[in-house]
Design a protein around this ligand. Structure first.
Ligand SMILES: Nc1nc2c(ncn2[C@@H]2O[C@H](COP(=O)(O)OP(=O)(O)OP(=O)(O)O)[C@@H](O)[C@H]2O)c(=O)[nH]1
Ligand SMILES: [Mg+2]
Length: 368
């Protein structure tokens, strides 16, 4: 039997990983086996660790997006198939990536027709940036090129899922849905909350449909796309935290998030997503997120832990110079840890601007 391949797109911090975790639990409750593939421009992914810590089987494609590492994507799915025999494969692409129908969905449908049933491609809408972009306010804190990527992601969607409705008033949700429908009149629009599960039965129902999906090939300018992506500074870093006395991991992650928010304000660039995971040696974990420059940092998954040693992973995507981001984030971690009597030793660190996307395959027209 072929596995169902469910890829959920959306901008950085839109809620893809939270959605993948929720969908995984929903499918598992229906007796289905689930595997997950994550993706990032660099190594040491918060998402992989957060999903594994929730008990899920996760493979990752690090170092470039699915479209540029298509064979790795198929290879990682193969690893899941060998080990788990999943009925459903949930895939999360990089949140600054677009043109995924032409470069991932179509090649999977065409080249691996017997192996996968590809579900409709749903894209999550991120209200914090999306509302400003659709209202034509100054590009939602980003340059017009980054806003271009945001709207291209929605243009190729089989369905647009307005996420985080738990944070919106009924009036805001209504305004948003009206704006989304006006801009994308031929695309079904759902409202959901990956945090509460609202709207997820309808979401899962949509994902179970088959028919003429995954056929919206974009007309896209790769120069603008590449320049928009390259405006983001990317930082993935890991540190070992140790202390003679137990420390409050949640308080530390929370303080670090606030410190990093201050760093980003001082550097003067919009935050696309800044995420931290702190894990003790038994893989219990705390996750903290900051999803835009004008929202509050949030301890999304508290751990309740007071360990004497933990691993910290920082994944930051901010519209600033990556070298400055790396230096300032490291300084902030060192200072905060020193103030709390915790030693912080950085183990790995990668800072970069995403390179120009060069897809393995690109279908100019829909083959299937
Ligand atoms: N209130 C609320 N928060 C949410 C919802 N969905 C996600 N979040 C929070 O938003 C933050 C980002 O969510 P993620 O699931 O990590 O977003 P993502 O799209 O995977 O981000 P990237 O992988 O960096 O592109 C986390 O703090 C989540 O807890 C939601 O429906 N409601
Ligand atoms: Mg994610």
């Amino acid at each position: 039997m072929s596995a169902r391949f469910v890829m959920v797109g959306g901008f950085l911090g839109a809620g893809k990983t939270t959605t993948v975790a929720r969908l995984a639990k929903l499918y598992q409750a229906r007796g289905l086996r689930v595997g997950v593939v994550t993706n990032d421009q660099a190594h040491d992914l918060v998402d992989t660790n957060a999903l594994r810590a929730q008990g899920l089987a996760v493979e990752e494609v690090p170092g470039a997006c699915f479209c540029c590492r298509f064979d790795d994507l198929v290879g990682r799915v193969g690893a899941l198939e060998g080990a788990q025999r999943p009925d459903v494969i949930l895939a999360e692409p990089v949140g600054s990536c677009t043109d995924l129908v032409a470069t991932v969905v179509q090649p999977l449908k065409d080249l691996y027709a017997g192996r996968f049933e590809v579900a409709p491609y749903a894209v999550l809408f991120k209200p914090s940036h999306g509302l400003r972009i659709l209202r034509n306010q100054p590009a939602g804190g980003f340059s017009p090129k980054a806003a271009y990527i945001f709207t291209k992601q929605l243009e190729e969607a089989d369905a647009i899922v307005i996420n985080r409705i738990d944070e919106l008033s009924a009036r805001e949700a209504e305004e948003l849905e009206t704006l989304v429908r006006a801009r994308f009149p031929n695309t079904p629009v759902l409202r959901a909350s990956a945090a509460t599960g609202a709207g997820f039965d309808a979401f899962a129902e949509l994902l179970s449909q088959s028919g003429g999906f995954g056929r919206k090939i974009l007309s896209i300018d790769y120069d603008t796309y590449a320049e928009g992506e390259a405006e983001l500074g990317w930082l993935n870093a890991t540190a070992r935290l140790t202390s003679d006395a137990p420390f409050d991991l949640d308080a530390l992650v929370s303080a670090l998030l606030h410190d990093m928010a201050a760093v980003c304000r001082a550097l003067g660039g919009e935050v696309a997503h800044l995420k931290l995971i702190g894990m003790d040696d038994a893989s219990a974990f705390a996750v903290g997120n900051l999803v835009s420059s004008d929202t509050e940092p949030k301890l999304s998954l508290p751990s309740g832990l007071k360990p004497t040693a933990a691993d910290l992973i920082v994944n930051a995507r901010v519209a600033v110079d990556p070298a400055a981001l790396e230096a300032e984030v490291k300084r902030a971690v060192s200072e905060r840890c020193a103030a709390l009597g915790v030693r912080a030793e950085f183990r790995t660190s990668q800072s970069l601007r995403p390179g120009r996307p060069v897809p393995t395959h690109r279908y100019a027209t829909a083959a299937t």
